[in-house]
Design a protein around this ligand. Structure first.
Ligand code: ADP
Ligand code: MG
Length: 598
């Protein structure tokens, strides 16, 4: 590009433009992998092989058995805005293919040493072409099997500024494999056959799924049987919109979202609305900062969703988002409630052994061969922490689930251990219940149901309970007293630095007004933005916690039985409000293993 004296503005030549545009599409090897594999899928491939070297920075090669390209297509493929998938603007309103902008190959060709070798089924011979740093060669005839082979070598060899942003091999490889896992799961067999994927890294097998494997089989192959065998199926429909897939019991939740996958009409997406729906579907079952595990496919008329809002096409925009959101949360929640939430005794018995095993075997189970598995993959998934989360709207509660848990032996005596846990015999094992966690859940769920109906029954105190706080806290409560009254909590200022509690929800078995008020004061200080239903739910949750049987409370046989009976009728008696489990179950098999009987 030449600048004439005095000139400040110049048109960038095409190569520079492509390098800049490339930044939108090609950030790292994983984006190259995604674009090339999506092209193969768009070409109708049934079998896709991906070979990576040095985390994809040295080589990304994608070989498919799809429709292939003839000479003219091969010559056009690397040009910007060259696409076979879109002709007119109105085509954008119903995009069924994964690609459509025609900029991926141009962008990749601008920042790597690329080549295409391709042959359509009906052609006698194939054609190949090279594109290095945006410089396109001429097409030459070449022998080739049906389908396409595209290579991208030495990514960013001509753009040092971008090369510097590339991470270590293990990190880049991890991202490539994450993309490939998602694509492999998005194209699992479902009725008919799916797409086979075979991936190598530096010559070693890194991921392998056969065409006939369905979603569960692929999850088993990629992430192990422990997870795959516990997944519960989701199948729901709202008009033309269909949701299918698998959700994991809450105890599989983890610190990262690598096992959280949404597919929209075969496209792998990370859309905010969908991720929110998943989070809300699990609300109250998992600790707020942990990420549930689920693999979900949403199918809808392409005209009802705009996929052209994000350069990497991962965010989308739905028409009628509110209705869709409610449908998703309900369907997911209904399925989550059907999962087995009790922590199986196996996890405790085998835990130490399994951790060692996991560390040894991990390289393949986590989708890796060779070193450099990300730490997250090794994380145990029985961790449950305590923390409150923002509320989930009670109206959207799903259908009643069919409990999968084995039945308790009705006549067997109950045993209280350490004044904290209740032990009871089941048909095929026994169960340990955390008395506080269960009672809190029961109380909270009843209050939440009353709140949803708008009729929390209030028990007025004969003599108001006075609680000393500071002036600011009096003001904070006074400002919210109408809202709190809706939750059945009647508090009013009583002088400068005192609050008077006049009433509490009747449901609270052993109300402790002072503790409840202090909790609410603290809540308002911590969560200044909390309002409306979410605030009230959180308030009720704290009240339920304070008013429940505590660890350390002695319980009679009758009290224990009444508590367990009430728990059985709840949709979500299996975790406490914080997502901690309320029960641990030892099946016969766990006992046999513990005693080395098998
Ligand atoms: P887009 O996918 O948005 O159309 P790309 O730059 O990714 O744009 O690809 C450009 C064109 O090259 C595609 O429209 C398609 O016609 C052709 N193409 C790319 N990869 C393949 C492939 N693996 N098999 C057949 N055709 C391909
Ligand atoms: Mg494409």
């Amino acid at each position: 590009m030449e600048l004439s004296p005095g000139a400040r503005i110049a048109i960038l030549d095409e190569r520079v433009r492509n390098q800049i545009a490339a930044g939108e599409v090609v950030e790292r090897p994983a984006s190259v992998v995604k674009e090339l594999v999506e092209n193969a899928l768009d070409a109708g491939a049934k079998s896709i092989t991906v070979d990576l070297e040095e985390g994809g920075t040295r080589l990304v090669r994608v070989v498919d058995d799809g429709s292939g390209m003839g000479r003219e297509d091969v010559e056009l493929a690397f040009l910007a805005h060259a696409t076979s998938k879109l002709r007119e603007v109105h085509d954008l309103e119903h995009i069924a293919s994964l690609g459509f902008r025609g900029e991926a190959l141009a962008s990749i060709g601008a920042v790597a040493r690329c080549s295409i070798l391709s042959k359509p089924a009906e052609a006698a011979t194939g054609w190949s072409i090279v594109c290095e740093g945006g410089a396109l060669g001429t097409a030459t005839e070449a022998g080739a099997p049906r389908g396409t082979r595209i290579e991208a070598r030495d990514l960013f060899y001509n753009v040092p500024a971008r090369r510097r942003f590339l991470r270590q091999t293990a990190t880049e490889l991890g991202r490539c494999l994450d993309v490939l896992q998602r694509l492999a799961l998005a194209h699992a067999a479902d009725g008919g056959s799916g797409v086979a994927f075979r991936v190598t890294h530096d010559g070693k097998r890194a991921l392998d799924v056969e065409a006939g494997m369905d979603l569960r089989a692929r999850v088993r192959r990629l992430f192990g049987a422990d997870l795959a065998d516990e997944l519960i199926e989701v199948r729901a429909q709202d008009g033309e919109v269909r949701l299918t897939g698998l959700v994991a019991p809450p105890r599989f939740a983890r610190g990262d979202s690598t096992r959280q996958m949404w597919f929209l009409n075969g496209r792998t997406v990370r859309d905010k609305v969908l991720l929110r729906a998943l989070k809300d579907g699990y609300h109250g079952f998992v600790f707020d900062h942990r990420q549930p595990v689920a693999f979900l496919h949403l199918a809808m008329d392409p005209a009802r969703v705009d996929v052209n809002v994000h350069p990497q096409k991962s965010d989308v925009r739905f028409r009628d988002e509110r209705r869709l959101f409610g449908f998703l949360v309900n369907s997911i929640r209904e399925a989550v409630a059907r999962t087995d939430m009790a922590t199986p005794g196996t996890r405790l018995v085998d835990f130490a052994a399994r951790r060692e095993e996991r560390e040894a075997v991990l390289p393949f189970r986590g989708g890796f061969v060779g070193g450099g598995a990300p730490r997250a993959a090794a994380e145990p998934y029985v961790v449950h922490e305590v923390a409150p989360g923002p509320g989930w709207t009670p109206e959207s509660s799903g259908n009643r689930p069919t409990p999968r848990a084995p039945l308790p032996l009705a006549a067997a005596p109950l045993v209280q251990v350490a004044l904290t846990y209740i032990l009871r015999a089941l048909e095929d094992g026994f169960e340990i219940v955390d008395q506080h966690a269960l009672h809190e859940r029961i109380t909270f769920e009843s209050l939440r149901a009353e709140l949803a109906r708008g009729e929390i029954e209030v028990q007025r105190l004969l003599v108001p309970e006075l609680v000393e706080v500071d002036r600011a806290q009096v003001a904070a409560i006074a400002a919210r007293s109408d809202e709190l009254a809706r939750a059945g909590i009647l508090i009013e200022p009583f002088g400068d630095a005192t609050l008077a509690v006049h009433g509490l929800p009747a449901r609270l078995q052993r109300p402790r007004p002072t503790l409840i008020v202090r909790d609410i004061v603290a809540l308002l200080e911590e969560e200044k933005t909390l309002a409306g239903e979410k605030l009230l739910e959180e308030v009720l949750h704290r009240a339920a916690c304070r008013a429940s049987v505590m660890a350390g409370d002695a319980l009679s046989q009758e009290e224990m039985r009444a508590l367990l009976d009430r728990g059985r009728h709840l949709e979500s008696d299996q975790t406490c409000v914080h997502g901690r489990p309320t029960r641990v179950r030892f099946a016969l098999a766990d006992l046999e293993r513990a005693f080395h009987r098998r």
